[in-house]
Design a protein around this ligand. Structure first.
Ligand code: PAF
Length: 253
């Protein structure tokens, strides 16, 4: 079973002892409510490293909607059970310890982070990049694993690592989907059975429409609230709301 650590000073001692053994560390940052997609990241980290560290931290600074933060599923006991022996360490820090300076210091990317997700969730990527940098500093991994479902997040993290000369590898991992095509997401659990049955139309329309405006119009006509659909560099990215639940996805063109 994985060892759970809550206090950062305890984690620092554990990290030092891993360092003394000269072992490689793979890191999977999450906000919990784990699903098979997270487990696939852990499996890959397990194959490629001596030690695997998972973090579970519902990061308040990346939620621009307080209701969304409040409703975000918190399922720690179930998460720990699911992880089993796929991780050696589970870091579960408290917001007060992660943000002793109350977010006065932050990482801001001033270009790509303002488009797509950033345009609809102002400040979101400041919160993401800041917490990822804090976590990378705490965990000091050799490799960190990020899902391609959050493609813009993945690209911004890769950009930050390069810009700030961080010494680690960011490993992109493919999106896992249910058999009906819906990308696995912690938010799917908030859909009613009826909403869950309609949701797979989202990736199907993204994939099947001849262009982004047609995809957006078709989604709208089927009752999805569309935040954006855009084609960029051979990928179609979209974000929609259904039953007040925000889903994002991307498909290759
Ligand atoms: O993708 C997520 O779950 C979060 O954005 C991350 C990377 C754990 C940062 O809070």
């Amino acid at each position: 079973m994985a060892r759970i650590t809550r206090r950062l000073k305890d984690w620092a001692a554990e990290r030092r002892s891993i360092g003394l053994l000269g072992q490689s560390v793979g890191f999977v940052p999450t906000m919990g409510a784990l699903h098979a997609g997270h487990l696939s990241l852990l499996e890959r980290a397990r194959r490629e490293n001596d030690r695997v560290v998972l973090s579970i931290f519902v990061n308040p600074t990346q939620f621009n909607d307080p209701g969304d933060l409040e409703r975000y599923p918190r399922t720690l006991d179930r998460d720990v059970e699911l992880v089993g022996s796929l991780a050696d360490h589970i870091l579960v820090p408290e917001p007060e310890e992660m943000y002793p300076e109350r977010f006065r210091y932050r990482v801001t990317e001033t270009g790509e982070s303002l488009a797509l997700e950033g345009a609809h969730r102002p400040g979101h990527f400041d919160g993401v990049l800041t917490v990822v940098l804090k976590l990378l500093n705490l965990v000091q991994p050799h490799r960190a694993y990020f899902g391609e479902k959050d493609r813009q997040q993945l690209e911004l993290v890769q950009g930050m690592v390069k810009a700030l000369h961080l010494d680690l590898e960011i490993v992109p991992c493919p999106t896992l989907r249910d058999p009906d095509g819906l990308a696995l997401s912690s938010r799917n659990s908030r859909l009613s059975p009826e909403g869950r049955a309609r949701a797979p139309r989202f990736p199907r329309i993204l994939r099947g429409a001849p262009d982004a405006p047609t995809a957006a119009a078709t989604l709208q006509s089927e009752g999805f609230q569309v935040d954006y659909v855009e084609d960029r560099a051979g990928v179609r990215l979209g974000a929609v709301r259904i039953e007040g639940v925000r889903l994002i996805d991307n498909v290759p063109l």
